[in-house]
Design a protein around this ligand. Structure first.
Ligand SMILES: Cc1cc2nc3c(=O)[nH]c(=O)nc-3n(C[C@H](O)[C@H](O)[C@H](O)COP(=O)(O)OP(=O)(O)OC[C@H]3O[C@@H](n4cnc5c(N)ncnc54)[C@H](O)[C@@H]3O)c2cc1C
Length: 394
């Protein structure tokens, strides 16, 4: 059996990003096998994220995003509708960016076909296990082995009672309206003008042009809705806030993203590395995954290049962000304070750029203390002690 240097199990966002970073590194000649059951030839999702502009960022800024050239849209200002603030947020040095799944898949595939050492197979993975000889994968009854298997197919089990296990679930429509009703310069990142029903519910509107937009109804809680409930909420929101005339639904996307502080095992054994959502790369308190995945994978490739091992070593002091995530999840899960007001305070009582930087885990401790003073103190203090209690008592 041929032994590969690397097997990438799951060629979705994380798997293909990793393969792309390999081609841009000194590991570009290694033998690589990518396994996925899908062909990835549909626009199955759209990624939005914020990023500091490379030209404006100071030293220590993250490397520029290699997918900049294929962004579908990029905005300098975003809108927010909360409890006490409605209107634009000044993003400072940040830009809000949108990348369509299909553009990403095509861009990476166009690069990968240039490399004869990179093989791809459309198969279903049945099993991944570690052996003394390397990471072992069985897919469609065929065995494959490699020095390292990078696995983005592992399904997280989020069931430990001492943790917070919420879900971010959403349904989005790309609609084409009869009338010009969207402002293409102003995406709405959170519009809380929907019935909260005791949860955190908001709508997200990404305008492509004056007549076309992705409108997404999003909930943070632990129970999915029936499909038609998302549809009803979307219809009501569009009818209430946009003078569309008639409209057509051109595309639909649905998603469920874990919002959990459960400890994930990024390195479950010597030859297996979990990446993407499977590796716990999703930011627990927001569900954003794309940018963190890019950051973490770049660091895996750097480590492999420099040391021959993929392990990322996080400085201990960055562990504080895990605690902040748990506290925010606790506030949401226990309904300690209305979520719409928590996010309104975060974005309106702080410089929005500081809030984005905080959510990127890139702030200084002093900035974090300042941001905490803008939060409802009783809700956050009780959440903090509850998190400590759950960690100690279990
Ligand atoms: C609709 C949607 C919209 C999202 N929008 C955003 C956003 O705006 N911003 C953001 O930061 N994050 C967003 N996310 C979250 C996250 O960025 C995505 O889920 C992202 O695709 C996760 O990357 P991944 O590689 O971990 O998983 P995927 O991209 O899902 O890749 C996993 C791959 O593994 C394959 N696979 C799984 N099991 C097997 C098997 N047994 N055999 C073979 N192949 C298998 C799948 O076919 C898939 O291609 C969104 C998620 C969804 C679902």
């Amino acid at each position: 059996m041929k032994k590969y240097d690397f097997i990438i199990a799951g060629g979705g966002m994380a798997g293909l990003s990793l393969a792309y970073y390999f081609t841009q590194s000194s590991l570009r000649d290694r033998s690589i096998l990518i396994l996925d059951r899908e062909q990835k030839n549909r626009n199955d999702r759209t990624w939005c994220f914020w990023e500091r502009e490379a030209a404006q960022a100071g030293s220590g800024s993250p490397a520029p995003n290699p997918f900049e050239a294929i962004l579908f849209r990029k905005w300098n200002t975003v809108s927010f509708h909360g409890t006490t603030h409605a209107g634009p947020l000044d993003m400072g040095e940040y830009r809000y960016k949108m990348l369509r799944g299909i553009d990403f898949y095509e861009f990476v595939q166009n690069e990968l076909v240039k490399w004869p050492n990179i093989e791809q197979k459309q198969v279903t993975i049945n099993r991944i296990k570690d052996t003394p000889q390397g990471g072992f994968v069985i897919a469609d009854d065929e065995p494959y082995i490699a020095d390292y298997v990078f696995d983005s197919t592992f399904a997280l089990k989020l069931d430990q009672p001492e943790n917070h296990n919420l879900l971010q679930h959403f349904k989005g429509w790309v609609i084409k309206a009869e009338k010009q009703c969207f402002d293409p310069t102003r995406p709405e990142i959170m519009d809380f003008r929907v019935d909260q029903q005791g949860d955190c519910r908001f709508v997200y509107v990404m305008p492509f042009d004056a007549q076309t937009a992705l409108v997404e109804y999003t909930i943070f809680n632990d129970k999915l809705l029936a499909d038609d409930e998302y549809d009803t909420s979307l219809r009501q929101y569009i009818g209430r806030f946009f003078d569309t005339g008639t409209y057509q639904i051109c595309e639909t996307e649905m998603g469920v993203i874990p919002m959990s502080d459960e400890t994930t095992h990024e390195y479950p054994s010597e030859h297996i590395v979990r990446i993407g959502t499977a590796g716990g790369y999703t930011k627990p308190s927001t569900g954003y995954t794309f940018q963190r995945t890019q950051r973490y994978l770049r660091s895996i490739v750097e480590n492999l290049t420099e040391t021959g091992k993929p392990n990322r070593h996080l400085p201990w002091f960055l562990g504080r962000f895990k605690l902040y995530d748990s506290v925010l999840l606790n506030v949401l899960e226990k309904h300690r304070h209305p979520a719409d007001d928590v996010f309104t305070r975060m974005f309106s009582r702080n410089r929005p750029a500081t809030a984005f930087r905080f959510l990127d885990e890139d702030t200084r401790f002093i900035d974090e203390l300042r941001l905490f003073t803008t939060m409802p103190w009783w809700a956050f203090t009780s959440a903090f002690f509850d998190v400590l209690r759950r960690k100690i008592v279990g």
